[in-house]
Design a protein around this ligand. Structure first.
Ligand code: ATP
Length: 284
């Protein structure tokens, strides 16, 4: 199924606010540093319920550090972070577990355990959060998640080393969906995939987001993904989020990085491929 470029939908002519009322993630005045190196300073961002938000920025601007801060793997120097309305930096361990079970994460490269099969990988979060579940139910849930991500059922007993790059991403996605999350974090999910594999992964993400009503926080360098599936894009530069909006809205800004990124040769190629996908979807 080809997908129309979502940024082409008619939208507000104004740039979306960085701060938003119905936010699933709310980051305020975030500061992160490593020694002398300041990564974020005064970073604000709201992620709306049910959207796919693309997070872009030059290499090293702190996209992954931002994601790690939100999911609690990086303790910031300053700032506040709310997820589902809960202050994740201040909650007690029991509350933290309750929040963590409502999100799934696909780390860069998939981060599968190499000594476990695909099915066993999917079962890891289930065992962690629901230790009382019996093996037959674990097997059943894992088999369902494997198929849900477009893998064939016989991928379940395979080890990561026996999978292609695209299959590993899908297996990682299956694991991130193990707990039926409301919120999905994807860190460069299409990196290393060929264009066809990347487009297929985008379509899978979009279809899961629509079917399951997910909110998706998508870190990517892939312009095709931004055009194909993102509702809004957040741009990291100068240690903060400098703008959030649809691609059309961002293009109205004259920030040099934004213009170079979206209007450079790769940006123009992505526009062409999104237009072609839209025509195919409409049967033109
Ligand atoms: N644990 C760490 N210790 C020291 N420095 C770190 C650590 N984690 C990240 N950094 C530094 O923080 C900066 C931002 O890293 P991050 O991985 O978030 O960038 P990014 O925007 O995701 O980059 P890319 O697009 O290349 O993946 C980099 O300069 C990186 O070297």
């Amino acid at each position: 199924m080809a997908t129309a470029p979502r940024s082409a939908r008619p939208g507000s002519p104004r740039l979306s606010p960085i701060l938003d009322g119905d936010a699933v993630i709310r980051v305020r005045a975030l500061r992160n540093s490593f020694g002398e190196q300041v990564i974020h300073d005064g970073l604000d961002l709201d992620v709306r319920r049910g959207e796919i938000i693309g997070v872009v920025g030059g290499s090293g601007t702190g996209k992954s550090v931002l994601m790690r801060s939100i999911i609690g793997l990086q303790v910031p120097d300053e700032g506040s972070i709310e997820v589902f309305g809960e202050p994740v930096l201040e909650c007690d361990p029991v509350e933290a577990i309750d929040i963590r079970r409502r999100w799934g994460v696909l780390f860069q490269g998939g981060a599968l355990f190499s000594t476990l099969t695909v099915a066993e990988n999917v079962q890891v979060p289930l065992r962690e959060f629901y230790p009382h579940l019996g093996q037959p139910l674990l097997d059943e849930i894992a088999a369902y998640k494997v198929v849900m991500t477009g893998l064939s059922p016989d991928a379940g007993p395979k080890y990561p080393a026996e999978l292609s790059g695209g299959m590993k991403k899908r297996a990682g996605l299956a694991r991130s969906l193990a707990l039926d999350p409301e919120l999905l974090f994807l860190d460069e999910p299409t990196a290393g995939l060929d264009p066809i594999g990347a487009a297929a992964f985008d379509e899978l993400t979009l279809s899961l987001q629509r079917t399951l009503g997910l909110t998706v926080f998508l870190i990517t360098h892939d312009l095709d993904s931004l055009y194909a599936i993102c509702d809004r894009v957040a741009v990291l530069a100068d240690k903060r989020v400098i703008a959030v909006g649809t691609i059309d809205e961002l293009l109205e800004l004259d920030h040099p990085w934004i213009q170079e990124y979206f209007n450079g040769p790769r940006g123009r190629a992505a526009v062409t491929s999104a237009a072609t996908a839209a025509e195919k979807a409409q049967g033109v």
